[in-house]
Structures are given as structure tokens and as C-alpha cells.
Ligand binder design. Structure first.
Ligand code: PAF
Length: 306
């Protein structure tokens, strides 16, 4: 995939100074078809808005490697369970537009729920196995909603490459699998997790944390560092590492573990012994807010940057 010449990009009338907001799915698809017809490479960052530095890093990666950058902002109802935070999910479209402009976005696709799921809607995409474990246990319909909306977004934005964050490790694995299984014509790029200065992974849900919960939430990153240190000091027994991580998390007042798990990087199957590579996945409630994080353990590579 190669970027087009500067003059073709200019001719297509795209550029951050002309950032456009498209609300109608049909118009989004017609625009994407036109851009593809002009030979332009479309980079896509799907989000639910309330953008933070993690999203900005995805937009920057897309900007570097594409002629046209499309950002979608859509709080997708089908990936929320009945008792989850759909109604109160944080939203700030004006701030998002400003950040998008600064990051050189060409198009924001900002559809309404009724235009994505009109009356009579009944088609869903289900990735069978990868969605059953980990987040799929406490959020049984979540990945069906994610896979469905990503399929719809890919069909509307027609990207050559779509960018996801490693923080949502299971989500990225599900999307990769779906793209492969359904022969979708795009590449999935997974970019490193962006963290606050003290190590907390950036997430739109961090705004829900009280000051005490925010302090305690550092245990997610701390316990991942602990796993990394144990692994690089020669420990390969996954149960021992998980036990140490759990003890660290359980020592925090506001923390309640959903899962801590060391798994194969592709299949997400639980490992007893870590050979060359594995991923540590965790989900922890801090008060009522459920946070996730992960880290890849890889023999032969330097310890993770702090
Ligand atoms: O990661 C997210 O923000 C969402 O799950 C996604 C991929 C935009 C689908 O709604």
C-alpha cells in the first residue's frame, strides 16, 4: 500500500483545514468510494469519542501512513450490556472535533444510532471462540457488538488500514480474527498502549475514578511490571506470577479483580508454563469502574520501558 502523490491528495480536496463531519452512513460510503476511486489510501481510527492521548497516537500513526484520515465517533449501543454505562458514557463532541483538527483528521464520521441500527435491523457478527473468555465472561454480548459495528464501519469507511490500541488486547485479537476469517480487504494495525506519567493506561473511563480509586488504580500497571520483572528474572510458572499479581491488586481497598490471566498471544488460551512469549491480561473493578490493561512478555527482548 503506497500513499498517493501530493497533487492527487490536493486535488481530492482533503486536508485538516477542510475537516468535514459526515453524519449520514450513505454519504460516508459514497465519499469513501470517491476517495478510493482517486487512488487515495484511507487510514481509519474507529472510536467512541471522548478522545485522549491514546486516540491521538492512533490518529498520528494514521496521518503518517495515509492520504486521508477518517475518525469515527460512535458510542455503539450494541456493545454495552443492559446494566452498563451506555447512557452515562462520557461525550464531548466539540473537544473531540478540536483534537481531530489538531491531529490532521480529514473526515469525522459521526453517525446517529438510528442510522446505524434502523428499525428492523437484525444482522450480527460473532467471532466464536476468542470472545468467550476474559472480558467475554463478564460482558457476554460485548464482542458481538464490537465485531458488528466494526464490520459496518469498515463497509462504510472502506479503509485500507484501521488502527486499534493494544490496551484493548482481546478486542484487537477479535478484530484481526474477524478480518482474516471473513476475507475483509483491509489491514489491522495495533499500536502500543499510551499511559499517564504514573503508568495508568489512558482510557475514557478513567474520568469515573474518585481520587482514592485513581490512586489505587496504579496497581494494574504495578502488577504488570511485577509480572515482567518475575518473567525476566527467570520465572516461567504462570500460576506463580498470577498469584503475586493478585496479591498486589487485592492489597488495594477499592480493587476487585475480574480476571488476571497469562495466555497465548494469538489464541488467548491459558498457559501453565511461559515459554518464549505470552500476554498478561487483567481486568479490575476500581469501585464501580472496570479497567483493563495488559503486557506482552517476550523472552530475548529487553524489559519494557517504564
Ligand atoms: O475501542 C473502542 O472504542 C470501540 O470498541 C470501537 C472499536 C470503536 C467499536 O465501537
Amino acid at each position: 500500500m503506497r500513499k498517493a502523490s501530493k497533487s492527487s491528495v490536493q486535488k481530492a480536496g482533503v486536508g485538516p483545514e477542510r475537516m468535514k463531519v459526515i453524519r449520514d452512513p450513505t454519504k460516508m460510503q459514497a465519499t469513501a468510494n470517491r476517495l478510493r476511486g482517486e487512488g487515495l489510501l484511507i487510514g481509519f481510527v474507529p472510536t467512541m469519542g471522548y478522545l485522549h492521548e491514546g486516540h491521538a497516537s492512533l490518529l498520528r500513526a494514521a496521518r503518517k501512513r495515509s492520504d486521508v484520515v477518517v475518525l469515527s465517533i460512535f458510542v455503539n449501543p450494541t456493545q454495552f450490556g443492559p446494566h452498563e454505562d451506555l447512557a452515562k458514557y462520557p461525550r464531548d463532541i466539540e473537544r473531540d472535533e478540536e483534537m481531530a483538527r489538531q491531529e490532521g483528521v480529514d473526515y469525522i464520521f459521526y453517525p446517529e444510532a438510528a442510522s446505524m441500527y434502523p428499525e428492523g435491523y437484525q444482522t450480527y457478527v460473532n467471532v466464536e471462540q476468542l470472545t468467550r473468555s476474559h472480558c467475554g465472561v463478564s460482558r457476554p454480548t460485548h464482542f458481538r457488538g464490537v465485531a458488528t459495528v466494526c464490520t459496518k464501519l469498515f463497509n462504510l469507511v472502506l479503509p485500507h488500514r484501521a488502527y486499534f490500541g493494544q490496551k484493548d488486547y482481546q478486542q484487537a485479537a477479535v478484530i484481526r480474527r474477524m478480518v482474516k476469517d471473513l476475507n475483509m480487504n483491509l489491514e489491522i494495525a495495533v499500536m502500543p498502549t499510551v499511559r499517564e506519567a504514573d503508568g495508568l493506561a489512558m482510557s475514557s473511563r478513567n474520568v469515573y475514578l474518585s481520587p482514592d480509586e485513581r490512586k489505587d488504580a496504579l496497581c494494574l500497571h504495578e502488577s504488570l511490571q511485577m509480572a515482567n520483572d518475575m518473567f525476566h528474572s527467570g520465572e516461567s510458572d504462570a500460576k506463580k506470577i498470577v498469584k503475586a499479581m493478585r496479591a498486589n491488586i487485592e492489597s488495594k481497598r477499592s480493587a476487585r479483580i475480574d480476571y488476571v490471566s497469562i495466555v497465548d498471544t494469538d489464541t488467548l488460551e491459558e498457559l501453565d508454563v511461559i515459554r518464549d512469549k505470552a500476554v498478561v491480561l487483567l481486568a479490575v473493578f476500581m469501585g464501580k469502574t472496570r479497567l483493563i490493561d495488559n503486557d506482552i512478555l517476550c523472552r530475548g527482548t529487553a524489559r519494557r520501558a517504564r
